[in-house]
Design a binder for this molecule. Structure first.
Ligand code: SAM
Length: 220
């Protein structure tokens, strides 16, 4: 989606994607990545997700990136965190303890910015993007992560004709086509979540599943 679309969503507080709790599949599966404490985790399209706080509480250094200044401000204010701010070619970096959140465009981050990230976490990021941008996200942005990097990806699957995205439905075949050239992809879970999402039922969806994948960036 265009930047303006997201900035407007934040201005109008149309942020139904935001959760007032940590993502359960993050809590359930993160430890299976076996990332040591102190390792840095990249969180693209971060919003004001409480998952950033949870990852920091596991001992990780967290690097988020988010387009909306409002989201960034709200993240620190709502979590009672005071950030120091500095600018770089990537945007405005807000740093509080182990959490660094860049107000900027994820696609502007280069290999140098991501060099020490050994983890990556995506909830509602890939599925926020239309098909052509998903290809750039996986093929270009994820390609800048170091080899050996491990991550979790959480997606949604539903009959796409029943609803316009975002969130978009991203099926397993697409996930594999997007990541398999450079990443090992393992599906950990697929779960029917329709009953947990009354707003999607109200929009006419007759099926909705969430899937969780473990990713590992192969060398080379
Ligand atoms: C569906 S929300 C998900 C946010 C978060 N991952 C969560 O789970 O709550 C997608 C977020 O990505 C942000 N976004 C969209 N395009 C972006 C880009 N190119 N760079 C950084 N952030 C972006 C939007 O402003 C929005 O907050």
């Amino acid at each position: 989606m265009e930047a303006d679309f997201w900035l407007q969503r934040w201005r109008e507080n149309q942020i139904g994607f935001h959760q007032a709790h940590t993502t359960p599949s993050l809590e359930r599966y993160w430890s299976t990545l076996e990332l040591p404490r102190g390792s840095r985790v990249f969180v693209p399209l971060a919003g004001k997700s409480l998952d950033l706080v949870w990852l920091a509480a596991q001992g990780h250094r967290v690097l988020g990136v988010e387009l909306s200044a409002l989201a960034v401000e709200q993240f620190f204010a709502e979590n009672g965190l005071t950030a120091t701010v500095h600018e770089s070619r990537y945007g405005r970096h807000h740093v509080a303890g182990a959490i660094e959140l860049i107000h900027g465009d994820a696609f502007a981050l280069d290999e140098a910015a991501l060099a020490d990230c050994s983890g990556v976490y995506d909830r509602a990021a890939l599925i926020a993007l239309p098909p052509a941008t998903r290809a750039r996200y996986a093929g270009e942005l994820y390609a800048r992560l170091p080899s050996g990097c491990r991550g979790l990806l959480v997606t949604l699957e539903y009959p796409q004709p029943q609803k316009k995205g975002p969130p978009f439905s991203v099926e397993e075949t697409e996930v594999r086509a997007l990541y398999a050239p450079r990443w090992d992809v393992e599906r950990l879970e697929r779960r029917d979540v329709l009953a947990e999402e009354p707003r999607f039922v109200a929009e006419g969806l007759t099926a909705l599943s969430s899937a969780v994948y473990r990713l590992r960036h192969r060398p080379g």
